[in-house]
Design a protein around this ligand. Structure first.
Ligand SMILES: Nc1nc2c([nH]c(=O)n2[C@@H]2O[C@H](COP(=O)(O)OP(=O)(O)OP(=O)(O)O)[C@@H](O)[C@H]2O)c(=O)[nH]1
Ligand SMILES: [Mg+2]
Length: 188
């Protein structure tokens, strides 16, 4: 469990998810994004909250239980990999405001009613960041690739988590493929 973010560690303790912890811990090594400079988990954790970039991403399901996924464009970090829509929180914004803006900019829908699922600090290739994933309970409009990227609804059992960035792989393996926890968040 060493090296896991505190929140995740708490969730795994005494839970049915604890079996996936070993593979998750191994995965955690891969969370380094070609880091520049590489920071240890402890160094990442010691960066004050207001000095690290925040990234927010949203997980949305449609009425058929499919999840909204977008493909990153060429020429950006993790080009062509799949991702959940979202992006960097700007200085004046709350996480909710950033999610609203990012979903309008990237997939052309208005989102509301956010529940935190999971967060972690990551060694990005240009700077460290803290990524927060939210379950989005309501949305208005039809999603499309508003920045010219592919956007599609995926059946949960068709998700290949290897096609997502490392932090997102952890989210998928531990919170989306094992949907009991998500159902629990939904009801809150
Ligand atoms: N949107 C999104 N970003 C992710 C995910 N997982 C993950 O590690 N990231 C990382 O989060 C960082 C910021 O996301 P982003 O590139 O979407 O930021 P952005 O929309 O503000 O882009 P911009 O800087 O081109 O305006 C990137 O380093 C990206 O690789 C994910 O599932 N979705
Ligand atoms: Mg983005």
């Amino acid at each position: 469990m060493e090296g896991l973010p505190q929140k995740l560690e708490n969730i795994f303790t005494n839970s049915s998810l604890s079996q996936s912890a070993t593979s998750l811990e191994e995965q955690h090594i891969n969370v380094v994004d070609g880091a520049n400079p590489f920071l240890s988990q402890e160094e990442l954790d010691n960066i004050p909250d207001h000095q690290i970039r925040h990234v927010v991403c949203g997980v949305i399901f449609n009425e058929y239980g499919q999840v909204l996924v977008s493909r990153r464009r060429a020429g950006v970090e993790y080009a062509n990999s799949l991702e959940f829509p979202g992006g960097k929180v700007e200085h004046h914004e709350t996480h909710e405001q950033a999610l609203l803006r990012e979903f309008e900019e990237e997939v052309g829908i208005t989102v509301a009613n956010f529940k935190p699922i999971y967060d972690q600090r990551v060694n990005g290739s240009s700077e460290p960041f803290h990524i927060y994933f939210y379950l989005i309970k309501d949305f208005f409009g039809q999603p499309y690739g508003a920045e010219g990227q592919d956007v599609f609804w995926l059946n949960v059992d068709e998700i290949d988590y290897n096609r997502f960035p490392p932090a997102t792989q952890l989210l998928i393996q531990n919170f989306i493929l094992t949907n009991e926890y998500l159902n629990d968040i939904y009801r809150r």
